[in-house]
Design a protein around this ligand. Structure first.
Ligand code: HEM
Length: 476
């Protein structure tokens, strides 16, 4: 097996991106760099209004975005109370880079990761630094650019299947529809064989219940102590998911056929002693992939549709591109190079509503952050949501403006929806291609109007989800 690159820049983007990915440039030094010769000076502060015992959790639960938007006013490093624990929220590009790339001091450990690991296993997205290199080596081949064409074919087929039953005048919840799409794509790209359409749909349904249930169990583990319909539903889904995956793995092992999908690749992996992954390890990796990939991508699709509906000039520009490239026919993966504006719509939605809005780390040793000492065990939250909306870095930062991408208005160290460094998203191209194809498939045929003009009420979860978004369909 070849030596893995500990900082893989996953792949050149096969999607048309006239703009170099701002976060794909290697940066040799983890420490903040002075931008103009002087070391930046950072402001420290504390979020006001903490409740006894609960700290700032009530704000995060009820008005998460308004609360987050208030934080930059208090400094570059803002102390926030999560219950009785303190977290340090950073949103300055130099500090985010430092925390995400200084892996000797900042690890993916702590209560949140332990809970997710307990629920879904120890896969690539949740494993601590010590195991990360080996785990990345196992999963990286499943994202090789040579496989992207096959995955993209599944994505377009599923997008067509999703919209086939849509009718003019009907109302659909785009958040649910997008989630249905990405869970279906996850199941079909992971296991392309040995599974009937009915079994695939059953697995997808189980997955939906699990992904929604994991967050509840992370923030409120007590839900599993009392019998309730939701506990039964979650446990049934977990059992169905585990049995379903085990049956597919057994059938792949029995036939030994390479189906050219992600599971075949995982089954073929051998370590330096020739050992293959156990069934439990395979289960963990499969769960990780769907956990990390499905709701992140569906959330950006749902946000993009809503942002477009509120910005008619961007919608008109999108329609112009789609009408020219796809005159009355469905999108195919080969169209991607001719859909740059559609790609910019996705990139701009990722800027305003990064699904991974808060990337958390715990200090593993005494260190310093922005010139102040930080003891081991401290929680640091890199808030990508705040970073990507900084007024000092983006003109008219809160405005949804896909045109800023061609206007060169996106500083490369301030657009990091896929993270940075060794743990940068392994599925960044997969997610971007999937969202771009979904937007093209939907917007080329449908105009969507929100049923309510009120802004969406984001649901605070691991992923920054827009919450239910009923929209009325009109065929174009
Ligand atoms: C638009 C969609 C997506 C966004 C915004 C996103 C965002 C991120 C971010 C910010 C990280 C870094 C987390 C950290 O450093 O702790 C990450 C890691 C990861 N993502 Fe994604 N992701 C997306 C789609 C996907 C997809 C489609 C997949 C798989 C099919 C995926 C699989 C992973 C995995 C396995 C990791 C862990 C990588 C590692 O630790 O080496 N993601 N993602």
């Amino acid at each position: 097996m070849s030596e893995p690159n500990p900082h893989p820049d996953p792949h050149p983007d096969p999607a048309p991106n006239p703009h170099p990915a701002p976060n794909s440039h290697p940066h040799p030094h983890p420490d903040p760099k002075p931008r103009h010769g002087r070391a930046p000076s950072f402001r420290h502060g504390q979020a006001p209004g903490a409740w006894p015992l609960l700290g700032h959790l009530p704000y995060l639960a009820t008005r998460p975005l308004a609360f987050l938007d208030s934080l930059p006013g208090h400094g570059d490093v803002v102390r926030v109370r999560m219950g009785t624990r303190t977290a340090h929220v950073v949103s300055h590009p130099a500090l985010v880079r430092r925390v995400l790339t200084d892996r000797g001091s900042f690890d993916r450990s702590g209560a949140l990761y332990e809970k997710v690991r307990a629920l879904l296993g120890n896969g690539l997205a949740t494993c601590p630094n010590a195991e990360h290199r080996d785990q990345r080596r196992v999963l990286q081949p499943a994202f090789h650019p040579s496989l992207m064409g096959r995955y993209a074919a599944v994505m377009t087929a599923e997008a067509q299947a999703l919209t086939a039953p849509w009718r003019s005048g009907a109302v659909v919840d785009v958040t649910e529809e997008a989630f249905r799409l990405t869970t279906a794509v996850a199941v079909r790209t992971l296991f392309s064989a040995g599974i009937t359409p009915r079994a695939a749909e059953e697995l997808r349904e189980a997955l939906e219940v699990l992904l929604r249930g994991v967050y509840t169990r992370v923030v409120a583990p007590a839900v599993d102590r009392v019998p309730s319909p939701s506990r039964r539903r979650y446990q049934r889904a977990l059992a169905r998911w585990r049995t379903g995956v085990a049956a597919i793995v057994a059938s792949y092992r029995a036939t030994g056929v390479d189906h050219g999908d992600a599971l075949s690749l995982l089954l073929a992996v051998r370590d330096e002693h020739g050992r293959s992954l156990s069934d439990a390890e395979l289960g963990d990796q499969v769960a990780t992939l769907v956990l990390a990939g499905a709701e992140t991508t569906s959330s950006v699709v749902a946000w993009a549709l809503r942002l477009l509906a509120d910005r008619p000039e961007a919608t008109a520009r999108l329609h112009e591109e789609l009408d020219e490239v796809l005159p009355g026919r469905p999108v195919s993966p080969d169209d991607l190079p001719r859909l740059p504006y559609t790609g910019d719509v996705v990139r701009e939605a990722l800027r305003l509503y990064p699904p991974a809005w808060a990337v958390t780390r715990t200090t593993t040793r005494e260190t310093e952050l922005a010139g102040r000492p930080l003891p081991p065990g401290s929680t640091v939250i890199c808030c990508l949501y705040l970073l990507q909306r900084r007024q000092d870095l983006f003109p008219d930062a809160a405005r949804f403006d896909p045109g800023r991408w061609t206007a060169g208005e996106v500083p490369r160290d301030a657009w990091l929806p896929f993270g940075l460094g060794a743990t940068k998203c392994v599925g960044d191209v997969f997610g971007t291609v999937e969202a771009t194809l979904a937007i093209a498939a939907i917007a080329s045929r449908w105009r969507l109007t929100p049923v309510s003009p009120r802004p969406p009420r984001p649901v605070p979860r691991i992923v920054l989800s827009p919450g239910p978004q009923p929209m009325r369909l009109a065929e174009r």
